[in-house]
Design a protein around this ligand. Sequence first.
Ligand code: FES
Length: 363
Amino acid sequence: MTHNDLSHNHDGTQPHRGVSAVVAKEDGGFVNPGLPPHEYRQSDLDPKAERRAEKMVAGMFILSIIGTAIFIASYFLFTPMGYNLLAESKTLQAVKWSNLFTGIGLAVAMFFIGAAAVHWAKTLMPDHEVTEERHIYSRTNPVREEASGIIVDGLDESGVARRPLIVASMVGALAVLPIAVLFPISTLGPLPGNKLHHTFWAKAKKEPLRIVRDHDNTPIKASDVTVGSIFHVMPDGLTHENNEHDFLEQRAKAAAVLVRIDPADAKNQESLSNGYEGILAFSKICTHVGCPVALYEQQTHHMLCPCHQSTFDVTDGAKVIFGPAHRPLPQLPIEVDDEGYLVATDDFPEPIGPSFWNLHKDK
Ligand code: FES
């Protein structure tokens, strides 16, 4: 059926409004059923309902402005690293409150812009069904004039000019939202320098640094690590008391995992030599976009990132065998001390986490 069939009956007559059944014609084809009867909304019939809808739309735009104000205020009242009304600075609690309040503010701001637009369209914008024949567009003046006439008529019918309350609140909501984005930009920097190239493990350059279990900080003996097990580890001494000013940052960079493979299964001798009798330590931070790589398939010795399924082969120096990551997990060189505890002997050989700038991206 072509578009012409929708606007004219086969015999050339105009379709009738309200005819909804499709009737077969004797000579083939179907009678154009026309449009269903137009249903008027409450706001089309009752000026009070129209006024109420207008106030609701404006109210939603104003709620959006309030959401933006909450976002801006939260940005200064609940900072993770500085002043925080509800928690001590540089703690997980401070990060939590900062994320919560700025998130709520932004969600309210964006939700009510969308809700206002939908309510406006559903209750106040003209909703008459219109059919028009498709025709070839040309750039002749009459066509241009007709097109601009349609736009002017559309604006007129939308009633924008008659609703200054909605226009003022909408302009306010749409103007303050981008301003809110400027506040986070204002606190960007300073540049990271070479901070991304070092982690807390760098202390091992001076003297071997014990590897401890994450959270309870107990050291690990080589005999504790059996084939198939995985340990989530941190460097000894990385506590909040010792690193008040950058505790979270150091934890995020130093997170590592310990696994053990049968040396006979190793495909990468250099990686094996950086471990101790098959015990290997790798950064836990995915080289794709930095999720914690914490899923370990003990049969295949594959480590999986739950975010986008990058898979790293532990027997082959944590090389990427699947997924969007582009380089292996950096490996921590380890050995054991006199008491049999596992220690790191150096920092990771390259920056942990996502690749950046000129960091090599070969798999
Ligand atoms: S962050 Fe690990 S695969 Fe994307």
